[in-house]
Design a protein around this ligand. Structure first.
Ligand SMILES: Cc1cc2nc3c(=O)[nH]c(=O)nc-3n(C[C@H](O)[C@H](O)[C@H](O)COP(=O)(O)OP(=O)(O)OC[C@H]3O[C@@H](n4cnc5c(N)ncnc54)[C@H](O)[C@@H]3O)c2cc1C
Length: 405
């Protein structure tokens, strides 16, 4: 098999959000992105249901697994800086309920401006290049791997010599693959990936007959409370509030058998609710509940409250169930349904420019590091902030490099 040999200043392994942002932020050095897929930034196209929620107003460390580690990166590259970075690349934006999207509401617009800026800065994006090993060499690194056709068939090998290397391989969320082992030989350890921002598997009784119904609620699991939409499924709970709670399980702060508490009427106190539901003793529980909930949710509430639907409503008993509808956690869906993975390279092995403290000249950015956030632009905000930190490090280490952000 033929071997393609290349030399570059910076070899970036991966061609996703953080890799493209890094390439869009740096010029004056040769940057080569090695992406195994047939195109770069494919996952970006799926983000935010195809609209790409690229950051949000007020993103801070609290939405992440390690708030104190992430906060300094967000201070250096805040959501406001993300907005000005993308505006600088020519992307118009719109803010919907505090979340920032491209004005077009098409994720492809985000990818287009990142690709254009990376190419304007002179970066080379090599698709169909899957890295299989990274080794230390004289004055730098050697990254070796295989050349893949658009259909993923091996067609040859490549060998890239570089002065610095950046691991930007993301996680195995959706793809089922994990490239963290590339850095083991450079002295790095990682925390195993676990699916996060993924549906919750629960007991069947709690969700029986509710498949497809959405409710706005407050949900609590082991002290973490989120407010938002829950989508009942046959297997458990989906929707943004459920995805956010899945991070509690992914981070090891909840176990199978723990109880999720759903407040199905978070904007009303239990006393006010009891009074409202019991205000018409002549009305059946069914008539009373259906004015407030989907008929199938109303049936479940009545069942849990031990109420017959055709008898007058016991406002106090119904309110107690509505304010604390309990569901037993059985786990989470697998990586194929996860938006991110919890776990990755240990952050304490990298400095504030995401330079390896084990092997000088090696960097890591994005989800490959052990950083994961909740829904709502937190994970892409981390990808941009991490890319900026590494770009600053490279600009310090390479006198010819300049930041374009
Ligand atoms: C369905 C979905 C919706 C999402 N929506 C949002 C959202 O709206 N807002 C938000 O903030 N976050 C969202 N996320 C999360 C967000 O997409 C990720 O956090 C972000 O893409 C991580 O960026 P990254 O650069 O670290 O990794 P990625 O974007 O995953 O890029 C990694 C790249 O590296 C490549 N790669 C991996 N291994 C190798 C190798 N050995 N050799 C060469 N290339 C390799 C992969 O093919 C991939 O292209 C969503 C995720 C999913 C799956």
């Amino acid at each position: 098999m033929s071997v393609v040999r290349l030399t570059t200043d910076i070899a970036v392994i991966g061609g996703g959000a953080s890799a493209l942002a890094l390439a869009a932020m740096l010029k004056g050095v040769n940057v080569t992105l090695l992406e195994r897929g047939a195109r770069a930034g494919k996952k970006l196209l799926a983000t935010g249901n195809g609209k790409c929620n690229l950051t949000a107003v007020g993103v801070d460390g609290d939405g992440y697994n390690r708030p104190e580690d992430v906060a300094p990166f967000l201070l250096r590259f805040s959501p406001e800086k993300t907005v000005s970075f993308f505006r600088g690349l020519g992307l118009e934006l719109r803010v919907l309920s505090g979340r920032v999207y491209p004005y077009s509401e098409c994720a492809s617009s985000v990818l287009d401006v990142l690709m254009a800026a990376a190419e304007e800065n002179g970066a080379v994006i090599r698709t169909g290049h899957e890295a299989r090993s990274v080794t230390r060499a004289k004055d730098g690194f050697v990254t070796e791997g295989v050349l893949l056709s658009d259909k993923g068939v091996e067609e040859g090998r490549f060998c890239v010599t570089s002065r610095a290397v950046v691991l930007a391989t993301g996680s195995d969320a959706t793809s089922g693959k994990d490239s963290l082992s590339l850095y083991v030989g450079l002295g790095h350890a990682s925390r195993p990936f676990r699916p996060s921002l993924t549906p919750l598997l629960t007991d069947r009784e709690s969700v029986k007959g509710l498949n497809g119904i959405r409710v706005k609620c407050r949900a609590e699991l082991n002290g973490t409370t989120v407010t938002g939409e829950i989508l009942f499924r046959d297997y458990g709970l989906s929707g943004i509030a459920a995805l956010d709670l899945s991070s509690v399980y992914a981070r090891g702060r909840a176990r199978k058998g723990d109880t999720i508490h759903l407040d199905l009427a978070p904007d009303i106190t239990e006393d006010a609710l009891a009074e409202r539901l019991g205000a018409h003793p002549d009305r059946s529980a069914e008539r009373t509940l259906r004015g407030m909930f989907h008929s199938r949710v109303a049936e479940r509430i009545a069942y849990r409250a031990g109420q017959r639907l055709d008898l007058p409503a016991d406002g106090r008993a119904l309110a107690a169930v509505i304010k604390d509808y309990t569901v037993t956690l059985h786990g989470t869906a697998d990586a194929s349904q996860a938006q991110v993975m919890s776990g990755g390279l240990r952050t304490e092995e990298f400095d504030n420019c995401l330079r390896s403290l084990r092997t000088p000249g090696a960097y890591a950015v994005g989800e490959a590091l052990d950083v994961d956030g909740i829904c709502g632009g937190y994970n892409l905000q981390w990808a941009w902030a991490a890319a900026y930190a590494a770009a600053c490090g490279i600009a310090e280490d390479f006198p010819s490099a300049t930041l374009t952000v």
